[in-house]
Design a protein around this ligand. Structure first.
Ligand SMILES: NC(=O)c1ccc[n+]([C@@H]2O[C@H](COP(=O)([O-])OP(=O)(O)OC[C@H]3O[C@@H](n4cnc5c(N)ncnc54)[C@H](O)[C@@H]3O)[C@@H](O)[C@H]2O)c1
Length: 333
């Protein structure tokens, strides 16, 4: 066993920390002078996302499946850095389409792993658990902007398991006194979002294609809207929730502003200086037409407000992408 280091005041256990959002959380935690233990099975996360942190004395990377529980996996890391004070549970199967195809797997990962994370927190004195929930919990809600008080009726196993996880947070808070916050992320974008995934966010796909001069394909007429929130804003919401012992949520994490897919495509073409044409394909069955957040609750409870404008976020996403000669296989909206 390595000698234990001088204990940092806060130790963050970040499940899914090798993923898109998780790697940004870890960077911020370390920049604040705290310690981070990442637990990731690299199902969609990548070692490269954390490669620049290798050797950092307040950082440990543990390859493990959260579904197998956290005790044994994180033991050496917390013995070295000190007990976990905060748990940010981001590990998930993130594809709605996969959840429809494999609902049993989705329950195991997106519901079961949450209970494993909460059990670890309950028995190990964790001061706060923050959970990555999703706007998918709202299902086909049509009244915009969507507020948290709206009855949730998810229309996918992914949304159901995120909502079920929120109920487990409520249970652990009420019955075991474990402080928890659920954050419902809207459409998160930014550097390190993987554009090669067929289920990836539309921004990473469009930026990747624009940089390579390939057509941007909009499904339907492009009037559908989304609430695109930059990953650094999402990290700020997560860390704001970590500061509070109360504030259970759920809270929407978005900008509160709708952007149409057509406006998004035009903004990306402009931001990248690309000659990519914008083309249309038939709308996809079941696609939600409008989705954007009412963000009042997060502002009041967490003091959170998204700060990064779309143009700035796009520029920062684009500059993180090196052009890649291989053809992209899909575009999504
Ligand atoms: N990106 C978005 O727009 C968005 C929107 C709503 C909610 N969310 C939620 O935010 C969280 C992070 O999403 P992301 O966009 O960074 O996706 P991501 O795929 O980049 O990150 C998920 C991470 O979890 C890891 N993981 C998956 N299953 C695991 C398991 N069983 N054990 C250990 N690690 C496991 C993956 O390897 C990956 O590193 C997820 O819970 C996701 O559902 C994301």
């Amino acid at each position: 066993m390595l000698p234990r280091m001088a204990t940092p005041s806060r130790v963050f256990l970040v499940t899914g920390g090798a993923g898109f959002i998780g790697s940004h959380v870890v960077e911020r935690v370390l920049a604040l002078g705290d310690a981070a233990v990442v637990v990731d099975n690299f199902s969609t996360g990548r070692r490269e996302n954390l490669a620049h942190l290798a050797g950092h004395d307040r950082f440990r990377l543990v390859e493990a499946n959260v579904v197998d529980g956290l005790w044994a996996a994180v033991k050496p890391a917390v013995e070295h850095l000190g007990p976990a004070t905060h748990l940010v549970h981001l590990a998930a199967q993130t594809s709605v389409v996969s959840s429809v195809q494999n609902p049993v797997d989705d329950v195991r990962i997106n519901y079961g792993a949450t209970v494993h994370a909460l059990e670890y927190a309950r028995h190990n004195g964790v001061q706060k658990v923050v959970f990555a929930s999703s706007a998918a919990t709202y299902g086909d809600e049509t009244e915009m902007p969507i507020a948290e008080a709206r009855a949730s009726a998810p229309v996918s196993p992914y949304g159901i398991n995120k909502l079920g996880s929120e109920l487990f947070l409520h249970y652990y808070r009420q019955v075991h006194g474990l402080p928890t916050t659920a954050l419902r992320f809207f459409n998160v974008y930014g550097p390190r979002q993987d554009p090669r995934s067929p289920y990836s966010g539309v921004i990473s796909v469009f930026v990747d294609r624009a940089v390579r001069g390939l057509p941007l394909t909009i499904f339907g007429d492009g009037t559908q809207t989304r609430d695109f929130v930059f990953v650094e804003d999402v990290v700020r919401a997560i860390l704001a929730a970590c500061e509070q012992s109360g504030a259970p949520g759920p809270y929407n994490v978005g900008t509160g502003r709708p952007t149409s897919i057509t406006d998004l495509a035009k903004a990306i073409v402009a931001a990248t200086g690309s000659a990519s044409p914008i083309q249309h394909a038939p709308s996809r069955a079941g696609e939600i037409v409008h989705s954007y957040a009412n963000v009042d609750a997060a502002r009041m409870a967490l003091g959170f407000r998204a700060e990064v404008a779309l143009e700035e976020g796009l520029a920062r996403t684009q500059s993180s992408l090196a052009p890649d000669p291989s053809p992209a296989t899909s575009a999504a909206s």
